[in-house]
Design a protein around this ligand. Structure first.
Ligand SMILES: CC(C)(COP(=O)(O)OP(=O)(O)OC[C@H]1O[C@@H](n2cnc3c(N)ncnc32)[C@H](O)[C@@H]1OP(=O)(O)O)[C@@H](O)C(=O)NCCC(=O)NCCS
Length: 150
């Protein structure tokens, strides 16, 4: 299958069951309430920040992102990829590449972004490799965290 067989569009409320189904395969959990809330947040953001990819008449992948103007001390508008996922049978067909491509183009046109960034788990070698292939490199930031006792 060629990359031109992939259609990327803004997410719609009716995509919820398909997103939940793909996430079940990625996370091993059924997270209906989480995804309902996530789509409610997406509805408050510009449509290009929450995307699905369709191929074979099915939802095969999703991307959720946002734009930071000066958060984390970054001086230029930066598009952040929060979540990206592709249904396992549809991997290796350029689905995630198409999602990132649309996200970055829209960010350039609509918010004049100068950078695109994400956080990855270094133990997920496939995700790291994917972002390297999209031209990403390791940046100067690391996340800082601590547990909060209840
Ligand atoms: C990483 C992921 C998004 C890639 O999706 P995909 O649709 O298969 O990727 P694409 O087909 O668009 O691949 C684009 C490029 O990345 C490379 N790539 C993708 N997956 C790869 C892997 N597992 N290993 C090595 N390279 C990989 C492809 O070879 C391709 O390279 P090319 O442009 O040089 O040909 C997908 O495997 C996935 O959903 N993984 C789980 C994601 C996850 O855990 N998300 C939660 C945290 S956000």
């Amino acid at each position: 299958m060629s990359r031109s067989d992939v259609t990327v569009r803004a997410i719609e409320p009716s995509d919820l069951p398909a997103i939940i189904r793909i996430d079940e395969k990625l996370s091993g959990q059924t997270r209906k309430e989480y995804w309902q809330r996530r789509l409610e947040i997406s509805a408050l953001r510009p449509p290009w920040m929450s995307l699905v990819a369709e191929t074979d008449g099915r939802i095969a992948g999703f991307l959720f992102g946002w734009v930071a103007e000066s958060e984390f001390g970054m001086s230029q508008p930066t598009a952040w990829v929060d979540l990206i996922g592709v249904d396992p049978p549809y991997r290796g067909r350029g689905i995630a590449h198409a999602l990132i491509g649309r996200f970055v183009r829209s960010g350039q046109e609509l918010r004049a972004i100068q950078k695109v960034a994400t956080l990855i788990d270094l133990t997920q070698a496939d995700v790291r490799e994917f972002f390297l292939r999209q031209g990403f490199h390791h940046g100067p930031m690391i996340q800082m965290e601590r547990d909060v006792q209840s």
